[in-house]
Ligand binder design. Sequence first.
Ligand code: ATP
Ligand code: ZN
Length: 660
Amino acid sequence: MEPAPRTTRLSILLPYKFDMAFTYEAEAPLVPGTLVRVPLGRRTVVGAVWDDPPDQTVKTRPVMEVLAFPPLPESLRKFIDWVGHYTLAPRGDVLALTLKEKLLETPLKRAKTFVFGGADPMRPGPSLSVIQEKAASSLRESVGAETFSVTLLDGVTGSGKTEVYLEAVAEALRRKRQVLVLLPEIALSVQMLARFEARFGVRPAVWHSELTPAQRRETFRAVAQGRADVVVGARSALFLPFADLGLIVVDEEHETSFKQEDGVMYNARDMAVVRAKLCAAPVLLVSATPSLETAENAAQGRYRKLDLPTRHGGAALPRMEALDMRDAPPESGKFLSPLLVVAMRQTLARGEQAMLFLNRRGYAPLTLCRTCGHRLSCPNCSAWLVEHRASPRLSCHHCGYSMQRPLKCPFCEAEGSFVPIGPGVERIAEEVAELFPETETLVMASDVIEGPAQAAEAAAKISAREVGIIIGTQMVAKGWHFPHLTLVGVVDADLGLAGGDLRAGEHTVQMLHQVAGRAGRAEAPGRVLLQSYEPEHPVIQALLSGDLPAFLEQEAAIRRPGHWPPFGRLAALIVSAVDERLADQIARALARAAPRIQGVEVLGPAPAPIALLRGRHRRRLLLKTRRDIAVQPLLRAWLAQVAVPRQVKLDVDVDPISFM
Ligand SMILES: Nc1ncnc2c1ncn2[C@@H]1O[C@H](COP(=O)(O)OP(=O)(O)OP(=O)(O)O)[C@@H](O)[C@H]1O
Ligand SMILES: [Zn+2]
């Protein structure tokens, strides 16, 4: 008879760049998901017992400590495996999204400073309109079914989408289930958090990058123990260890900021659907301007769709007009058409507020030497330096490089010859200050409004009408409800169309429609003026008509024949190296090894639009397949053929959103 083994072998996934789980030994079996401390080389690290079969042959080291923490649930472990498989990221890197470095090392606060749970779903919400109630009761049913389903809640701006989805949240809470609400920019969601509190009597738990380590740890634990009943979070909240998730809401599902562009490149909107499926829970995608992906899924019957076609309380949708800048141009060196200025004066005279939208931070996007034409660019990136005057510097928005404005042109040595070209929000603010010296104005951009507290302060000022004119980047587009705001001026409606990537038109329509939706949300009607040099462009026409479904139809007709998403699949390879020749060499080697299969096309290699980024030269290849062909096996087989030296970084971006 063989002697019984004294120890058990365990597979342990470590939150580092390894795809495989490592085998360790423990004195007794541990359930999968258990968090343990183990040796790794000369260090000790925290990992999780995983479901892979342990290797029976390798030499093992012992588990050092079993952490007193609820094991990661099976649905989360499967999710981590799934995300790794889909994005081609090592599973360890995906686990790291759950087990943030040091998360479990932070000592617990003595005093209980954080209180979770206690949302009261029995408190009455507002009385819903007939059409809102219809949508709400359908959502309550989905939540009550306690099984996987996907619903698109498609409602015009100000239709009460938030009120309606709070009803779904209430239903999940009545069933004692946990709820996750994903927002594109949690730091800017002060109004949403306040509404949540008004509805349920407590603030929800929040999850975003600005939490302190202690807040993180406490929240993580409360979610794992099921004490945190609602979590409102940024995309990374998808990786929290929910004990009993009963509903996921993805608000503003069309937002590109749900896509993480570095490390594990995942789209939180799409992964939310996967997470819900693995938890057998419903997921609700919410938008006034659904992405073509989601609209197509609804059209094909894969997702259910609920509509809220009118604004709440009889408010009309704002009137949209294009200002043809060829007919009514601004004065030279200025950017606001006289017609827009007149409209602003009228608005202010009525005691209402105006908002100017320009999705560009800083003073000017480009600085040019008048004498020789030299342009100031970043030494590390293929990008112009952006002038900022609030804190006077020229800076690179890609790598953070910054410098003083030089006195002399480094090229022709002319003195005092630099001129700013084009506007950023600071320059618009300067123009506004000249035109409206008496009016209080407020700039909202990520370099001026840095966190939730400042955003709350800004919102409070606007609501209290301490501000007449608001000038902002995309930060002002999202979700705000300012009852006295009736005029929105879009400074450059053509801006987003210039780059011309696959979704440029779609994203411009979504963003501008969203900004427009800030106008006239209460009694006074709203008006939106789009400054454009090309008002006949289909995107501007779609905005004017307000017929977004028709626009999506057009987009679909353009993308369908070439199998562009969502009618086909894309994956991008981004090769980068400090040594340009090496980047080229590997990119060419990849091109030679590219799959040659029917229904599969490889484009490139080509220099990336940002060909130099943080000192690295970048080349791109794009894999395009028919929808019925999965890209992951193709990518794996492809990448296995090319040896990539250590000095070269190869990023794989499945379902790319950015083509830069
Ligand atoms: N049934 C209702 N009773 C009272 N107020 C309501 C009702 N429905 C909506 N509102 C109010 O109308 C405003 C707009 O609603 P809400 O913010 O939910 O719309 P939304 O569709 O989410 O807007 P957006 O997409 O533009 O951010 C809010 O102030 C909200 O409180
Ligand atoms: Zn740079």
